[in-house]
Design a protein around this ligand. Structure first.
Ligand SMILES: Cc1ncc(COP(=O)(O)O)c(C=O)c1O
Length: 481
């Protein structure tokens, strides 16, 4: 055994020694981080919307050795900002791919506060005033989407876990669900819903994929036929899952039809509102999402349509009591229950959990909910505008007009084969994205390749959407010669 030589590197972290970081050290470290983040934020409008994509060979660093000793603050902070460049630029105002949110810096400050305070919000007794803050935010969500007063919910890491919680609640609401229960999912549902059903223990042959209608909504006639056939076969419909805005085309299911069918067959209705649920905060969005609040549970994703940084989803239930795990254990090593506040650990798999509510509470308190409502209204308006603009171009076909803020379109190619037509739409996307001002992605709708525009980021405004229209039309000129 050789004695370890004393480190030749001088202390580099701003702390007072060991792991300690006092007030002055925290100030210095945060200031050094802000020195990098402020220019990053201010240069966003000029950054490439695609980021560094595709990633050039050799751009991803080699695996790093274990850092036994510290390194200078500047070196470490520069490295993380450099690494972040090799990525889709999900913060750009031109990022209209997938389902962007932008990442509100206000919420990032909330994370800093939550981390330094480091209070325990898994059980109410440990930090009741902060658990109240989280129950307030969840109650505000319920109010904003139009759920009744007895509704409530729990924060999750994202939409997938929120959907998982909804599926678990449906399973536990029906005794024998795993023996005889069946699950009904749209062919256009996000794969997170089927994944949740599998994770909850439903066998693949109990998960029914229901065809969609011409608007990519669940075909309710087909759903009814499958439900009736299953009941005749001795099975028990357990869960009908609808979508409040599909990821492919933004389609919104007919919730009144789904709620009627679910009620007739004693099934739980869960809605995946990860992308679209928060649009119910706006007048136009609520009209488009009519009937959504008849659902027993709704998955929301603040890191999409409340624009938060990644890591915050929420599951709401029409009747909060039904989300509580029936067999929530009480362990002798945990503090006593609070008379009025929930232990969030009884409402999901996590015991220790991050203080996610602060990420919403801080921007809601600082900016007011109306600011969010206006931003969502603006997204609806921008999507409608560009949908109308592209619809006037005869060489394009709007395959899915925007119900909310996602639309899908393709190059119209009379007389071409399906493969040729798809190839043209792919070429259009490549041309558009090569300019670096906007990033669009494609998907497949009913076997046809389509380009999608998803206007969700709080940073996307009319100037960039006008630019998007111009780039799409100029790119179309180029590929159609
Ligand atoms: C409609 C829909 N549902 C569920 C999810 C999954 O959510 P998350 O990625 O937050 O787990 C997404 C993500 O894009 C989505 O768009």
């Amino acid at each position: 055994v050789t004695a370890r030589a004393p480190s030749a590197t001088p202390p580099t972290a701003p702390g007072t020694g060991g792991l300690e970081l006092d007030g002055a050290g925290l100030r210095a470290l945060v200031a050094a981080a802000i020195d990098r983040l402020a220019p990053f934020l201010d240069s966003l409008p000029d950054q490439r919307a695609s980021g560094v994509h595709p990633v050039p060979a050799g751009a991803v660093p080699a695996p790093a050795p274990l850092p036994l000793t510290g390194s200078p603050v500047d070196v470490v902070l520069d490295e993380i900002v450099d690494r972040a460049r090799i990525a889709f630029n999900t913060t750009s105002p031109g990022f209209m791919a997938y389902v962007p949110g932008g990442g509100l810096p206000y919420a990032a400050v909330a994370d800093l506060i939550a981390g330094v305070l480091n209070r325990y919000v898994g059980v109410a007794a440990a930090a009741p005033a902060l658990v109240r803050l989280e129950t307030d935010v969840l109650r505000w969500f319920a109010e904003l989407i139009g759920y009744p007063a007895e509704a409530g919910g729990v924060f999750t890491s994202g939409g997938s876990m929120a959907n998982f919680g909804g599926v678990i609640a449906a399973r536990d609401a029906r005794p024998g669900a795993l023996a005889r229960g069946t699950v009904y999912v749209s062919a256009e549902a996000h794969h997170a819903v089927t994944k949740a059903a599998r994770l909850a223990g439903f066998a693949p042959d109990r998960i029914r994929t229901i065809a969609t209608d011409d608007h990519y909504r669940i075909d309710s006639g087909e759903l009814e036929r499958v439900l009736v056939a299953d009941v005749r076969a001795g099975l028990e419909p357990c869960l009908v899952a609808g979508s409040a805005g599909t990821v492919n085309s933004g389609a919104v299911d007919d919730f009144d039809a789904l709620a009627d069918l679910a009620a007739t067959h004693g099934a739980w209705l869960h809605v995946d509102g990860a992308y679209g649920g928060f649009f119910a905060m706006t007048r136009a969005g609520r009209a488009a999402l009519g009937g959504m609040t008849r659902a027993d549970s709704i998955a929301l994703d603040p890191h999409k349509t409340l624009f938060l940084p990644y890591g915050t989803g929420a599951l709401l239930a029409r009747d909060f009591a039904r989300l509580r795990q029936a067999d929530a254990p009480h362990a002798s090593y945990l503090p006593d229950k609070n008379a009025t506040l929930p232990d969030f650990s009884d409402y999901g798999p996590e015991l220790t959990r991050p203080f996610r509510g602060l990420r919403v509470w801080l921007p809601f308190r600082l900016l007011g909910v109306e600011t969010f409502r206006d931003a969502l209204d603006e997204k609806l308006e921008l999507a409608r505008w560009i949908g109308n603009e592209l619809a006037m171009e005869p060489r394009l076909e709007i395959v899915a007009p925007p119900t909310l803020s996602i639309l899908a379109f393709a190059v119209r190619a009379e007389g071409a084969t399906a493969a040729e037509r798809d190839a043209l739409t792919r070429r259009l996307l490549d041309e558009v994205n090569a300019r670096g001002r906007i990033l669009l992605t494609g998907t497949v709708l009913r076997g046809r390749f389509v380009a999608r525009i998803a206007i969700v980021s709080f940073r996307t405004h009319m100037d960039r959407v006008i630019e998007a229209r111009d780039i799409i039309l100029e790119s179309l000129d180029r590929i159609t010669g």
